[in-house]
Design a protein around this ligand. Structure first.
Ligand code: G4P
Length: 520
């Protein structure tokens, strides 16, 4: 029974650089899944409406999506779980973590821009974790880069083999449609009208197409691909070594259903996962899962914390008792919810691949494993991502130091930002992947903990951890190579720049410097 349920689950995230069309595509997929019937509620840069996944006030103010949400729907026989990822590049740390909870990823590329900075960053994390990647090249209704050029860019910049699942004829004003190689049919673009479908063997009857040189050129390209192009290898796709590529327009919408139908069948179901005690199969009868995100105050009416848990094995049942592996403590999961955008529905049962939101009585930390039954093990899914920016932080009013410490502690535990302490002065230093994390931190400290904070910028730094086995010679460090400790009491050095790092290494060859990102 459990195996049957697991095999229905398809859990994926959509990644892209801001503005490539992630929100638009997500909403189209929800429409395909009949979850949202009205179009155009995407996000309100202009309309004043906001994406269903925007929760916090600060998101509304900025028109960006700060937190990740989870959406799910039934599609034919499948249970589809889409994990939304923060759209702004400043929030990649949160996005990185979301990637540990999915079984595959859809990478959206804007056909007019090609590979952009954030796509590259997120792609690297997927690659490192061996997550299968499916590509959707968007905005074909605009004049974009040549198809071959886009594929070449993916292969060269991302170092992954491509397999075009379909092939566009023209683009922008001259866009005619796509050759669906998988379905052996041409999907004709009719502007605002619904797309029409013509099987390959009937194409010659359509002179409006065959008389068009763009169409014929694209048809020749498809023949060339069939003859001399890469072959589709599901094995390589599942290892993250080959990416099936789809073309379309999320806005039109065009090609979205064909993409989704093909993708959802090819995408992997939940796989076995590694733990500290060997491999755990998704259909193992004992429930287990890990927390990849903690969100406080999602609903301002109730000041609560929700932990997002990825189910990895067994069956989750509401009210069940589980063990928190880190402490050995038993907890009862009575309040469990599926978070569908900003609304919540109670979940009574869930299986591997599902994401559930559980009420957090201030007991959980990001990365925690929950298990039912006698086993004890932990999922070691959550690598620490090294921050790139650093600021000293203090309370404006020293009388508020108690709330200040409490606020920092909770926001750090939630994973909103990373905390370090200066070895010499003991001052608080916050590390982030992007500047916006500081804005959110400041806003939340004021609104949730009633403390105004001040920052003192340290700037961009390169963090390198010290080998805990080696004694520390404090005289080697100063402002340009700052010695700090992280929340687990590991020491690291914040180097001012690449030059300072290299200089240090050359002059102190015996000091081991560890780049966490490389290790993971
Ligand atoms: P994001 O979540 O990845 O940041 O992107 P989003 O979906 O918000 O899309 C960014 C912009 O690109 C939006 O326009 C959106 O309408 C447009 N867009 C998305 N898909 C397509 C497509 O297939 N073709 C074309 N031509 N445009 C597309 P905007 O002007 O920034 O916002 P809006 O006022 O239209 O919402």
């Amino acid at each position: 029974m459990i195996k049957n349920e697991v095999n229905k689950r398809k859990t994926f995230a959509i990644i892209s650089h801001p503005d490539a069309g992630k929100t638009t595509l997500t909403e189209r997929l929800l429409q395909v899944g009949n979850l949202i019937r009205t179009a155009g509620t995407v996000k309100g840069k202009k309309t004043g409406k906001f994406a269903t996944s925007d929760w916090m006030e600060i998101e509304k103010q900025r028109g960006i999506s700060v937190t990740s949400s989870v959406m799910n729907f039934h599609y034919h026989d499948l249970q589809v779980n889409i994990l939304d990822t923060p759209g702004h590049e400043d929030f990649s740390e949160d996005t990185y973590r979301t990637l540990t909870a999915v079984d595959s990823v859809v990478m959206i590329i804007d056909s007019t821009k090609g590979i952009e900075a954030q796509t590259l960053k997120l792609f690297k994390v997927c690659r490192m974790r061996g997550i299968p990647i499916f590509t959707f090249i968007n905005k074909l209704d605009r004049e974009g880069k040549e198809t071959f050029e886009l594929l070449e860019e993916i292969e060269e910049v991302l170092d992954i083999e491509t397999y075009p699942m379909n092939w566009p004829a023209g683009m922008g004003k001259g866009f005619l449609g796509i050759f669906d190689r998988n379905g052996q049919q041409f999907v004709k673009y009719n502007g605002n009208e619904e797309e029409s479908i013509i099987p390959f063997n009937e194409l010659d009857k359509h002179t409006e197409l065959t008389n068009n040189t763009t169409f014929e050129a694209a048809r020749d390209e498809v023949a060339l691909l069939d003859e001399a192009g890469n072959t589709l290898s599901m094995e390589a796709v599942l290892k993250g070594e080959q990416t099936p590529v789809f073309f379309g327009s999320a806005l039109a919408p065009f090609g979205v259903e064909i993409f989704f139908d093909t993708f959802i069948n090819m995408a992997p179901t939940p796989k076995p996962r590694r733990t500290t005690d060997g491999i755990v199969q998704p259909d193992n009868p004992n429930f287990s899962g890990f927390i990849f995100k903690i969100q406080a105050n999602m609903n301002p009416a109730h000041r609560d914390r929700i932990a997002f848990l990825r189910v990895c094995s067994g069956k989750f049942e509401r009210g069940m008792s589980v063990k928190l592996a880190r402490t050995g403590k038993t907890l009862k999961l009575s309040q469990s919810q599926q978070i569908i955008a900003s609304t919540r529905e109670t979940v009574d049962e869930a299986y591997a691949g599902d994401i559930i939101g559980i009420y957090d009585p201030n007991a959980y930390q990001i990365g925690d494993t929950l298990i039912a039954g006698k086993d004890t093990f932990e999922y070691n899914e959550l690598p620490q991502f090294p921050p790139e920016l650093f600021k000293k932080v203090s309370a404006k009013n020293v009388m508020k130091s108690k709330q200040f410490k409490k606020g920092i502690e909770q926001l750090v535990q939630e994973g909103a930002i990373q905390l370090f302490r200066d070895k010499r002065t003991e001052s608080y230093i916050l590390g982030a992947v992007g500047d916006l994390q500081y804005d959110v931190f400041k806003y939340r400290m004021e609104n949730e903990y009633n403390v105004e904070v001040m920052f003192d910028t340290i700037g961009e730094r390169i963090p390198r951890w010290l080998n805990p086995e080696q004694p520390i010679n404090e005289s080697l460090f100063d402002e340009r190579r700052m010695l700090v400790r992280d929340r687990n009491d590991n020491y690291l050095v914040l180097f001012q720049n690449e030059f300072a790092l290299n200089w240090f290494q050359e002059n102190n060859p015996k000091v081991d410097l560890i780049d966490l990102f490389q290790v993971n």
